[in-house]
Design a protein. Structure first.
Length: 329
C-alpha cells in the first residue's frame, strides 16, 4: 500500500491555511467572480498584476489580496461557507495550486484533517455539518489556475475543531510524537484561545478531556474590529482586511473597543478559572494584534506560538501524523 500525503487544512474565514510535509502556506480568503469586464491599454497608470484566477467547471474566480478590485465580491461569513460553496472551493483550489507551484505536483492520494469553528461542531447539527464538509472534500478534484490544469484525489477527510489544532501544535512535534516538556500539561488543565477573522474560540481541556461548560465559540473575531471602522459600509470586509494586513488602516480608536469585546467574552466563558490552567495557548491573527494586552492580562500563563496564524493547520498536520503512527503500530 502507498502511504498517502497528510495535510492539515484550516478553512479560516480570513485566510485559508494549508500545512503539509513541506511546511505551511496561507492565502487570504477573499474571492470575486470574474465578470470579464476588465479595461486595459490605458496609458499613464500604474499596472497592477491581477490576482490568481481559478476556473472551476467554466466559472472564473479571482482569489487572494486585491480580488475585490477585479470582480464582483463574494463575501459571506455564514457557516455554509464550509460546505463546498463555490467561493470556498475557489480558495481551496487556489491554495492547493500555490502549494504545488512551490513544492511540486501532488500525485499521491491526500489525507486531510480539517479544522472547523466550534459553533459548527456544536449542538444537534454537528454530525450533519461534519458530514457535509467531508462530502465535498472527498474524491477527485479538477480545476485550472491562471490557465494551468490541476487535479488531486482526496481519499480521506477527518474534522476537528480549530482550537484543537492549536493544542496539538503545542503538544506534538512534526513527526506526531509528544514533545516531552509539553506532554505533562495534557494531563492537567489547559485553555486554548483562537482569535480569528470571524471567530473567537475558547477550548478547555482537563486531563485529556474537553470541558464542555468552558468551551465555546462566538463570531467576535477581527471582523468586529473592521465593522467598527465600516460604519458607512463603503468597503467590503475583505478590502479592509487587506488594508489592515498592510498597516494602512488606522485602528487606534477602535482597538480598545474590540479588545473589550474579546475580554468580555473570555470572562463570560471562563470567569477567573483561567488562573487554574497550567498553560494558556493563544493563536490566530488576533493574537498578533492583541499580543501585549493578552500577555499582560493573563500574566505568566500565556504561550503564543512562533507563528500563531499557521499554528492551527500545523497542529492538524501533526495530529494526522500521530494518528497514522498509531495505525501502523
Ligand atoms: N501577520 C499578521 N499581522 C497582523 N494581523 C494579522 C496577521 N495575520 C493575520 N492578521 C489579522 O488577523 C486576522 C485573523 O487571521 P486568522 O488567519 O487567524 O483568521 P481565520 O483563521 O481566517 O478566521 P476564523 O478562525 O474566524 O475562521 C486576519 O483577518 C488579519 O486581519
Ligand atoms: Mg482561524
Amino acid at each position: 500500500m502507498i502511504d498517502p500525503l497528510f495535510f492539515g487544512e484550516d478553512l479560516g474565514a480570513g485566510s485559508n491555511k494549508l500545512y503539509g510535509a513541506h511546511g505551511g502556506i496561507q492565502i487570504q480568503a477573499v474571492v470575486a467572480s470574474d465578470t470579464g469586464q476588465q479595461v486595459s491599454q490605458l496609458l499613464g497608470f500604474r499596472n497592477r498584476k491581477p490576482p490568481m484566477k481559478v476556473s472551476i467547471g467554466g466559472m472564473n474566480f479571482y482569489v487572494g489580496p486585491g480580488a475585490h478590485d477585479w470582480g464582483r465580491a463574494i463575501e459571506n461569513l455564514d457557516y455554509e461557507r464550509m460546505t463546498g460553496v463555490p467561493e470556498t472551493r475557489a480558495v481551496m483550489y487556489g491554495i492547493l495550486s500555490r502549494y504545488m507551484q512551490q513544492f511540486g505536483t501532488i500525485e499521491l492520494p491526500v489525507n486531510l484533517i480539517v479544522g472547523l469553528p466550534l459553533e459548527v461542531l456544536s449542538g444537534d447539527q454537528a454530525a450533519i455539518n461534519a458530514e457535509n464538509v467531508k462530502r465535498w472534500l472527498m474524491g477527485e478534484h479538477e480545476w485550472s489556475t491562471n490557465g494551468q490544469e490541476y487535479a488531486i484525489k482526496i481519499e480521506d477527510v477527518k474534522v476537528t475543531s480549530q482550537p484543537s489544532g492549536a493544542l496539538f501544535d503545542y503538544l506534538l512535534d512534526d513527526d506526531g510524537q509528544f514533545i516531552p516538556q509539553h506532554r505533562a500539561h495534557f494531563n492537567q488543565e489547559m485553555g486554548i484561545i483562537s482569535i480569528g477573522f470571524n471567530t473567537l474560540e475558547l477550548l478547555t481541556v482537563n486531563d485529556r478531556t474537553v470541558v464542555q461548560a468552558m468551551t465555546a465559540g462566538r463570531t467576535l473575531g477581527v471582523r468586529r474590529l473592521l465593522e467598527l471602522l465600516n460604519g458607512d459600509n463603503l468597503h467590503t470586509l475583505g478590502e479592509l482586511d487587506t488594508k489592515l494586513r498592510s498597516s494602512k488602516l488606522d485602528i487606534r480608536q477602535a482597538m480598545p473597543v474590540w479588545a473589550r469585546e474579546i475580554t468580555g467574552q473570555i470572562e463570560k466563558t471562563w470567569g477567573n478559572r483561567w488562573r487554574r490552567f497550567s498553560q494558556l495557548i493563544i493563536v490566530g491573527g488576533g493574537a498578533i494584534l492583541l499580543r501585549n494586552m493578552l500577555v499582560e492580562r493573563f500574566s505568566g500563563k500565556v504561550h503564543i506560538p512562533d507563528d500563531p496564524v499557521i499554528s492551527i493547520s500545523r497542529g492538524l498536520y501533526k495530529l494526522a501524523k500521530q494518528q497514522a503512527n498509531r495505525r501502523k503500530t
